[in-house]
Ligand binder design. Structure first.
Ligand code: CP3
Length: 333
C-alpha cells in the first residue's frame, strides 16, 4: 500500500503523507519557463507531453506522496463547448453559456476533446517518480462549475445579482454536469488516477438553505459514483463552515479543510481522515514560523488519520525552498 492509502484506507497515524494543492504551478521556475512559451493555458493542459512533464516537476524536487495531474477544473466546461480563456491578472473568463450547444454534446465528442488529459494521466501513471505514490485526478464540484459557467469569471466575494433567476436553466445544467463529470472521473481512473479530489472552491458562497439543492445532493451523487470505481474520494468544500454536517451527509473518504476553520475542533468532531488546513501564506514567511505552524497541525492530528496539505493552493510568490523545508519537516516528524 502507498503512504496515502495507509492513511486513507487503513487509517494509519504513524506516518503523515504529504502533497500540496497547486504543487505544479507558477511558484516553480521550470513551470514558468514552459508557460512563457505557451501563452494559451487550455492548449497547455491539452499538450499531453508538457502537461505530464509539469505534473512530474514537483515530484522531481520534493519527496511528495502524490502527484496531481496538471489540468484545470474548467476543462470540463471547455469539453462541453463553452469557451474558456485564462487572462493574465484576471483569471478565467468563460464565454456565454449556450444551453443549446451544451445539450447536444455527446460522450464521444466530449471524450475526444479531453483525450489529451487522459493520455497525459496514462503517460504519468507509469512513471518511476510515482512508484509507491498516488496519482490524483480531480474534478470541480457541480456547484463550483455551475458558478463558473453562469458567472463566467471568478465570483470573488459574491455571485452576480441574477444568478438564481433562471431556475430551469440551472436544473438543466446540473443534469448535464452530472453526466459529464462522471464520464470525466471514469476516464481519469481508467487511465491511472488512483484517488479523485473534488474541488468545491465556492461552497462558501451559499446560504444554509441552498446547500441541499446545490451542494449536498449533486455532490453525494458524484461521490457515490466515484466510490463505485473503487478509488478513494477527497472532498474540499472550501469555506463550507459546517464541515461536520457536510461529512455526515456526503461521507467522503477524506475531507480537506480550509485555513479558516479551527483544526482542533475539526479533529474532535470529524472521524474520517482529514487533509490540509495550513494557510498557504505561512510559506511566505520564514522557516522558523513555518516549522511552528507545520508542527501545530501535526500535533493536533497526531492520533487522527491525516494527510498534510494546505488550506488552499500554493501561492505563485512562494519560494520553492520553503516548500522543500515544509516537506522535510513533515517527513522528519
Ligand atoms: O494542483 C495542481 O497543481 C494541479 C493543477 C490544478 C490547476 N487548477 C492548475 C492551474 C488544479 C487542481 C486546479 C484546480 C482549480 N482551477 C480550482 C480549484 C482549486 C482552487 O484554486 O480553488 C479552481 C477554482 C480553478 C479555476 C482556475 N484556474 C482559476 C481561478 C485560475 C486563475 C487563478 C489562479 O489561481 O491561478 C486558474 C488557472 C490555473 N490553474 C493555473 C494553474 C497552474 C495558473 C495558470 C497560469 O499559469 O496563469
Amino acid at each position: 500500500m502507498t503512504p496515502m492509502q495507509e492513511t486513507i484506507i487503513n487509517k494509519e497515524t504513524t506516518n503523515t503523507p504529504i502533497w500540496l494543492m497547486r504543487q505544479a504551478g507558477r511558484y516553480l521556475p521550470e513551470f514558468r519557463e514552459i508557460r512563457k512559451n505557451n501563452p494559451d493555458f487550455i492548449n497547455l493542459c491539452l499538450n499531453e507531453k508538457l502537461s505530464s512533464e509539469i505534473t512530474l516537476q514537483p515530484l522531481k524536487r520534493f519527496d511528495l506522496d502524490a502527484g496531481i495531474i496538471f489540468s484545470d477544473i474548467l476543462m470540463l466546461p471547455y469539453g462541453l463547448g463553452q469557451e474558456v480563456e485564462f487572462k493574465k491578472n484576471f483569471g478565467p473568463q468563460l464565454g456565454l453559456l449556450n444551453l443549446e450547444i451544451i445539450s447536444k454534446v455527446d460522450d464521444i465528442s466530449f471524450l475526444k476533446k479531453l483525450r489529451p488529459v487522459y493520455d497525459s494521466i496514462k503517460r504519468v501513471s507509469g512513471n518511476n517518480l510515482l512508484k509507491n505514490k498516488n496519482l490524483i485526478g480531480f474534478v470541480g464540484a457541480p456547484w463550483t462549475l455551475l458558478v463558473y459557467m453562469i458567472n463566467r469569471h471568478s465570483p470573488k466575494k459574491q455571485l452576480i445579482k441574477d444568478f438564481f433567476k433562471d431556475e430551469s436553466l440551472i436544473k438543466k445544467i446540473l443534469i448535464i454536469l452530472e453526466k459529464f463529470m462522471k464520464l470525466h472521473v471514469e476516464h481519469q481512473v481508467k487511465n491511472g488516477a488512483s484517488i479523485i479530489q473534488i474541488f468545491d472552491s465556492w461552497a462558501g458562497l451559499l446560504n444554509e438553505k441552498d446547500l441541499t439543492n446545490y451542494i449536498y445532493n449533486p455532490t453525494l451523487n458524484l461521490v457515490d459514483y466515484t466510490k463505485s470505481l473503487n478509488v478513494p474520494v477527497i472532498c474540499f468544500p472550501r469555506g463550507i463552515r459546517n464541515y461536520k454536517n457536510y461529512c455526515d451527509i456526503i461521507k467522503p473518504d477524506v475531507i480537506n479543510i480550509d485555513y479558516e476553520v479551527d483544526p482542533t475542533t475539526i479533529c474532535k468532531k470529524i472521524n474520517i481522515p482529514v487533509q490540509g488546513g495550513m494557510d498557504p501564506k505561512v510559506l511566505l514567511t520564514d522557516t522558523e514560523n513555518l516549522k511552528k505552524e507545520v508542527l501545530k497541525y501535526l500535533e493536533i492530528f497526531k492520533d487522527h488519520p491525516y494527510v498534510f496539505n494546505l488550506g488552499h493552493g500554493v501561492l505563485p510568490e512562494t519560494n520553492p525552498n520553503m516548500v522543500d523545508y515544509l516537506v522535510k519537516t513533515v517527513k522528519d516528524y
